[in-house]
Design a protein around this ligand. Structure first.
Ligand code: COA
Length: 255
């Protein structure tokens, strides 16, 4: 049975981690399920926004499953755990739909990196964030030193990754990491996501891509995607393809 669920609530879809016995830690099958759900969400025009949640327990997500990656060889750990996880998390970060994470409890390691891939976050008052990887002999591997540093800055990331400090919800608000602190983080996250369902999906998609291009999130692909969107909508593109098909010279008008 999958431990990541995709649940429809009208135009807002919920992506829910469901591994509470291990504090929602990511296993390999959860990464694969997340990847498959993200593919479905990307293709489905009825999805206008996504809320990321987790089964209630002490943690929204306590990171990657330590015993799962601990059993891998160093080569498989780097190639098939860190790199594959990166690919799935990048897919979430670069989703064309707006995403909101509901941090009802602590987000540590990969759980924090997962939340950092969303466009907005809401946090419960007693939840904290941390990067405890160094305490178990590894380093953050799913964008904690990169995307998270772009989001909240080097000092806060160093505090967590080098000194093992946890950061409170109050500080997360001050750092701009969360949009709100709310007792019911899930309800608040849905309220934020709902707003996006009333705006133009195409405008939201392009605004997100432009922000990402400026912020360094996959800039090269984002710039080419935006350019392709503009040029791809021209009559000249249709004329170019038709001329190729008909084996004639194209008659470009610039329209
Ligand atoms: N991977 C695998 N299992 C995990 C886990 C993880 N990242 N985090 C927690 N668990 C499991 C525990 O082993 C325990 O399982 P058990 O009941 O079979 O013994 C269960 O989840 C509950 O965790 P527990 O440690 O008993 O809860 P706690 O309240 O005492 O501590 C934490 C909570 C989050 C402080 C602690 O679980 C922890 O430090 N987890 C690891 C966080 C981490 O290093 N993340 C980065 C991983 S790369």
């Amino acid at each position: 049975m999958s431990r990541v669920h995709l649940i429809q609530h009208g135009a807002v879809f919920e992506l829910r981690l469901d591994n509470p016995d291990k504090l929602n830690a990511f296993t390999r099958d959860m990464l694969d399920a997340l990847d498959a759900h993200l593919g479905a969400v990307e293709r489905d025009p009825s999805v206008r926004a996504v809320v990321v949640t987790a089964a209630p327990c002490k943690a929204f997500c306590a990171g990657a499953d330590i015993l799962a990656w601990g059993a891998l060889s160093p080569r498989d750990f780097a190639r098939h755990w860190v790199r594959d996880g990166h690919r799935v998390f990048d897919r979430l970060a670069r989703l064309s739909k707006p995403t909101v994470a509901a941090l009802g409890a602590h987000a540590f390691g990969g759980g924090l990196e997962f939340a950092a891939c969303c466009d907005a976050r809401v946090m419960a008052p007693r939840a904290t964030i941390a990067l405890p990887e160094a305490s178990i002999g590894i380093v953050p591997g799913w964008s904690g030193t990169q995307r998270l540093t772009r989001l909240i800055g080097e000092p806060a990331v160093k505090e967590m990754a080098l000194f093992g400090r946890r950061i409170s919800a109050e500080r997360c608000l001050a750092l701009g990491f969360v949009a709100e602190i709310a007792e019911d983080a899930t309800a608040s996250a849905f309220a934020i996501a709902e707003k996006a369902t009333h705006a133009s999906p195409r405008a939201i998609e392009v605004a997100k891509a432009m922000i990402h291009a400026g912020a360094g999130e996959d800039s090269a692909a984002m710039i080419e995607t935006l350019g392709s969107g503009m040029v791809g909508a021209t009559d000249d593109r249709e004329e170019g393809v038709a001329a190729f098909r008909d084996k004639r010279k194209p008659d470009f008008t610039g329209a």
